[in-house]
Design a binder for this molecule. Sequence first.
Ligand code: IMP
Length: 429
Amino acid sequence: MSLVVLVGLQWGDEGKGKVCHLLSSWADWIVRYQGGNNAGHTVVFDDKKYVLHLIPSGILYPGKKCIIGNGVVVDPVALVEEIDFLRKRKIKITDRLYISLNCHLIFPYHKYMDAFREKLKTKIGTTKRGIGPSYGDKFARVGIRMVDYMEDDTFEKLLSSNLKEKAVFIRKFQSPESLKKQIMKERARVLPRIRNFVADTALMLDSRIKKKRNILFEGAQGAMLDCDFGTYPFVTSSNPVSGGACTGCGVPPVMINTVVGVTKAYTTRVGLGPFPTEIKGAFGESLRKKGDEYGATTGRPRRVGWLDIVQLRMAIRINGATKVALTKIDVLDELKEIKICTGYKYGSGLLRDFPYSRKILQEVIPVYEVLPGWCSGTRGITSFGKLPANARRFVRRIEELCGVKMILISMGRAKKETIYIEKKFLPND
Ligand code: IMP
């Protein structure tokens, strides 16, 4: 039995899509456990680029089976759009995609609430996909699950009470009566399209675990966007950390064998919130253009910074990541000097552990170690030994500072643009 969780170790957009794609060839089942269509996994498969938001990218591999677990929030309209997107590209979905009965759903009023809050001074720069309000309803126990959506009477009753409760928000956009009609019409259109995919996925996973299948849990976003451990309140409303895989799918923690973390060779984030190692000005802009034009979901420009070991060590610890994949090292190819943040100066002290205080995080001054750059192209190199000596030194220094081993280095979206350091890092591989 092998269960592997793949997580982002920064603020999302670490390049998990590609690593997930590499790991998917090992897995029999690929499972999403949190988030919703706020995620955007970019994958190159057979030289074609796909951006998937909700359905695990493992669906692109013929024969692999995919699950959207109970911890995911599903916008039924977005789900049908993604199903259509895949079908148009001749990707078979029937008997390969399963959606938990317990998923909470996203309705237009969640998006209205998200948009409304984003107009306030207290905005956090969300994707405006209704993610936070849907999870809010889940934990306030007024949410509507897939199982409720499938029952006419239950759904109508729950929808009416939600529309009543949220009328103040809804009226800013449309009348609750017209929204009810719209949602009922949408349901009539989308429910027949998704009904056959819905299942008790926790039960399915249990039987696959007993059959000793290889299962990959694909985290969305990243540790620093985790609602409990990230830079709160500038986080997402779920638990992207590896522990989320257990509650988000109904799988007991003892079953998990390995946690693989993904980090870029530098740091990025979209949206607002503290970012101690951010590089501002023309240099930051040129680095962003090289590696990270825009976020896959919102198209917003990414903020760029130096690799932050204080942050990374915390993410590795919280996730229990023992194997780490390093992505986008090529973005640093031309730099004469490369910085790594090894501590935060705060007042007269030096912090080595990531602080949770909003005030402290705004005030810390990163302390950098400066490494010599390699000033040559790394793209196309396929073995670690062939990397320039300074690039190898950079990788080894990160390992040393974080106490982990790198399993692979990636320098492009394509599968072949990968250096495997530890080839057999997956159980039963
Ligand atoms: P929400 O998830 O839409 O509520 O947005 C909350 C925060 O998480 C915002 O800063 C978003 O930009 C960020 N976020 C959500 N999903 C992703 C992602 O997949 N990659 C990177 N950032 C994300």
